[in-house]
Design a protein around this ligand. Structure first.
Ligand SMILES: *Cc1c(COP(=O)(O)O)cnc(C)c1O
Length: 383
């Protein structure tokens, strides 16, 4: 094997999560699988075909590059939607390939309509409106121009959606702000209908909003983190649990990250391990080197902090995490040998290293840790 570690994606766990999410959605709500950030680190190339096998046929990405990646591996029937960046020169490509994209400024709107007119193919657009996040989205005072442009160019677009995004639905601290965003969305939706610009789908909800504010499910939800088996925040899980008799976590993590022991050596009492003096052996010990370091996404802040699983035991990272390797303490594991499996995230026998524990240790959110897993670590599908 040329690679020093491997990421496994579990089909059964994904099916479990999809079934749970569907149980939380109202009838006829479309499920869009958010696969930006290389499918939250799970790997677009493996994840998208798996999702399709499990019945998913709508994918949301951040930019044109990701749309291209999804388009290469998705089957023809699937819809692909860009929620963020696409440059004007790529608009023709998107229109020809039936890629849907958000429009949240007049420059993109005019360029998209012009490109569609040149090609004589309708652009599939989602108009994003500003409701209070102040990131992207048309503001109220731009709407008259938007209406006019759309009304004059009806033959050049399909209004696939009218959308917005909430500014932190995973925290109750933002309750008032989210409620006002919902209200604002609904009143602008009515304006669009009045202008004879009824969108095919209304959509606003991410994972957290879908659970905490079910009224935001509308016609479609854009679900990222939940489908990968993580709660957007502890609060969202507590909210869910408070509404249900069964308090157990219905989600299953679908990712595992594994490496193997590169070599083993003994260290005498009183010697330091690794760079500098951050770890002192206070007894004779045995250490294993693992060929994964911060350049592979194992954060340097896990130095002397991180945990891994070897031979069904939890072992501690000792000393600094290096660029390409780390050391772990295997003093109490006499049978461990070179080449044995090392689990960095996931299960081994009865034990688990969860991304959450990992993320707490390294002060990263689940989202950040996952998306920092380098693209070149191979991903494979497992049962
Ligand atoms: C990332 C993103 C989502 C999905 O968010 P999750 O919290 O992972 O469900 C939905 N909508 C937009 C616009 C996003 O950028």
């Amino acid at each position: 094997m040329f690679d020093t570690s491997l990421i496994e994606i579990s089909r059964n766990s994904y099916l479990n999560n999809i079934n749970f999410i569907k149980s939380q959605l109202k009838k006829k709500v479309k499920f869009s699988s958010v696969v930006k950030g290389n499918a939250y680190g799970h790997g677009i190339n493996v994840f998208v075909p798996l999702a399709e096998e499990c019945g998913v046929n709508h994918f949301s990405v951040f930019n044109a590059k990701e749309a291209l990646q999804v388009d290469r591996v998705a089957s023809n029937g699937s819809e692909i939607m860009i929620m963020g960046m696409i440059d004007n020169p790529e608009l023709e490509w998107a229109i020809i390939n039936k890629i849907e994209f958000y429009v949240f400024e007049l420059d993109r709107l005019t360029n998209a309509l012009n490109a569609a007119a040149r090609l004589n193919i309708k652009a599939r657009i989602h108009i994003e409106i500003e409701t209070g996040m102040n990131r992207t989205g048309f503001k109220d005072d731009e709407l008259p121009k938007v209406f006019k442009l759309l009304q004059r160019n009806r033959e050049h677009f399909i209004l696939e959606g009218l959308c917005t995004h909430f500014a932190g639905a995973e925290s109750i601290a933002n309750y008032v702000r989210i409620k006002s965003q919902i209200k604002k969305y609904n009143s602008i939706y009515k304006l669009f209908v009045k202008e004879d610009l009824k969108p095919k789908r209304r959509h606003a909800a991410c994972s957290a909003a879908s659970i905490t504010y079910p009224e935001t499910q509308m016609d479609m939800v854009r679900i990222g983190i939940l489908q990968y088996g993580f709660w957007p925040s502890k609060e969202t899980f507590i909210y869910y649990a408070s509404k249900n008799v069964d308090k157990s976590d219905p989600l299953k993590r679908i990712i595992s990250w594994k490496s193997k022991i590169m070599s083993i050596k003994e260290v005498n009492t009183g010697e330091f391990v690794g760079y500098g003096t951050s770890y002192l052996a206070d007894a004779n010990m045995k250490i294993a080197t693992v060929p994964v370091g911060y350049s592979q996404g194992f954060s340097r802040s896990l130095s002397n902090q991180g945990r891994a699983l070897i031979g069904g035991n939890r072992v501690a990272v000792i000393g600094r995490v290096n660029m390409n390797l780390m050391m772990v303490d295997i003093s109490n594991l006499p049978n461990v040998k070179k080449g044995d499996e090392v689990v960095l995230i996931g299960d081994q026998d009865e034990l688990t290293i969860s991304v959450a524990s990992f993320a707490d240790f390294s002060n990263q959110l689940n989202y950040e840790l996952l998306t920092r897993l380098p693209e070149d670590i191979p991903r494979i599908q497992v049962e």
